[in-house]
Design a protein around this ligand. Structure first.
Ligand code: NAD
Ligand code: UD1
Length: 329
């Protein structure tokens, strides 16, 4: 079976390429390196000992997409490509709507032209907005608070309409909670060039001395220690969820991919310090606008229908995130 992986040089896409190759799938990857580096291609090949075809370019380029589908018999598409920085999306909404929506529309259209009917989409827990209760189930009401989140919700709506028009399609929408960690080899992981918005990349930069101090955004939330609680999931567990999704496609489906456990900012900081034997300086800062107290998944549907469960602990996530950055300094 041949899978087209869009955005396969990125953080989650690269880990999924590794799992696909390890499981014997053939892959074809497209990426424009707008948020990743060319060396990831060789690193995936080193980890797996397997080769694959790579196309550099923008998915909005219909001519290139057609060429890919003509040169390869694609059975299914995993669509990771897109922009993902919440703050940037608020400042540059058109850039986000253009890239996230137009890549998806072009891709779906070209897939149709070539008779490819399996599509797995990277959505986000951000589509649940401010959940009225926890844990979050797939049928909770949907809403968004920023343009990035709105692009995800709009794509979900487009996919629903498309499925109504064409019941032969198999579409699986995966709503990720908070992916962190890295491949245990330390070859691939997440290391943003810009100042990170997300917690784990920031913790790592404080631990390595690149930044002086982590700002903990609020300690007066309604959580066990007052700091924000999230459902952190190891990126390798997340990648494996995509394989399970691929093996169990059946109509239009939605799955939460999370562990079902909530950890606070201070839980993560303390665990990181303990397992890596490093200091993470922090100070309490005001709340970040738009943040919610707590967010964690009910992931039982993915367990029941896909046979998928996470296996990695919060300790593994902290260890692997640090290992990756130390090895790639
Ligand atoms: P990433 O930025 O590391 O990877 C995305 C990849 O897509 C990058 O390599 C980038 O160069 C590529 N890309 C972007 N636009 C492109 C285009 N027009 N043509 C070709 N390539 C393009 O992001 P990630 O963390 O791996 O996330 C993957 C997907 O999962 C994204 O859609 C993201 O919104 C979604 N998601 C991520 C998180 C998270 O915390 N990382 C959480 C929920 C959902
Ligand atoms: C953020 C995005 C969300 C996106 C997700 C994964 C916002 C409002 N939401 O979620 O749309 O899907 O990333 O990419 O940006 N924190 C600190 N100090 C920091 C950074 C974070 O205390 O320097 C806290 C936050 O307040 C939060 C927790 O750490 O309580 C996790 O934050 P983050 O990693 O940014 O993820 P989310 O806010 O859950």
């Amino acid at each position: 079976m041949k899978i087209l992986v869009t955005g396969g040089m990125g953080y989650i896409g690269s880990h999924t390429c590794v799992e696909l190759l390890n499981d014997g799938y053939e892959i074809v990857v497209i990426d424009d390196f707008s948020n990743s580096k060319p060396e990831v291609e060789d690193k995936i090949k080193t980890i797996t000992g397997k080769d694959f075809k790579f196309y550099e370019g923008d998915i909005k380029n219909r001519k290139l997409l057609n060429k890919i589908f003509e040169e390869n018999k694609i059975d299914a598409v995993m669509h990771f490509a897109g922009y993902k920085a919440v703050g940037e999306s608020v400042k540059k909404p058109l850039m986000y709507y253009d890239n996230n929506l137009n890549t998806t529309l072009t891709l779906l259209d070209v897939m149709k032209e070539h008779g490819c009917n399996k599509f797995i989409f990277s959505s986000s827990a951000t589509v649940y907005g401010k959940p009225h209760t926890l844990p979050i189930l797939e049928d909770f009401p949907l809403s968004t608070t920023n343009p990035y989140g709105t692009t995800k919700l709009m794509i979900e709506m487009i996919l629903k309409d498309l499925f109504i028009a064409d019941n032969d399609l198999n579409i699986t929408i995966l709503r990720y909670f908070n992916p962190i960690g890295a491949h245990e080899s330390g070859l691939i992981g997440e290391n943003p060039n810009d100042i990170p918005n997300n917690l784990m990349p920031y913790i790592v930069k404080v631990a390595t001395g690149e930044y002086e101090c982590l700002s903990v955004f609020g300690n007066d939330y309604d959580t066990h220690d007052g700091t924000g609680v999230r459902d952190y999931i190891h990126v390798v567990d997340l990648a494996k969820g995509h394989i399970k999704a691929l093996e169990n496609m059946n109509g239009l489906k939605y799955y939460n991919l999370g562990t079902g456990n909530g950890f606070s900012v201070l839980d993560l900081v303390n665990t990181f310090e303990k397992v890596n034997n490093v200091k993470v300086n922090y100070k309490i800062a005001p709340r970040r606008e738009g943040d919610i107290d707590a967010c964690y998944a009910d992931a039982s549907l993915a367990k029941k229908e896909l046979g998928w469960e996470t296996t990695k602990t919060i300790e593994d996530m902290c260890k692997d995130a640090y290992n990756f950055v130390i090895k790639n300094k």
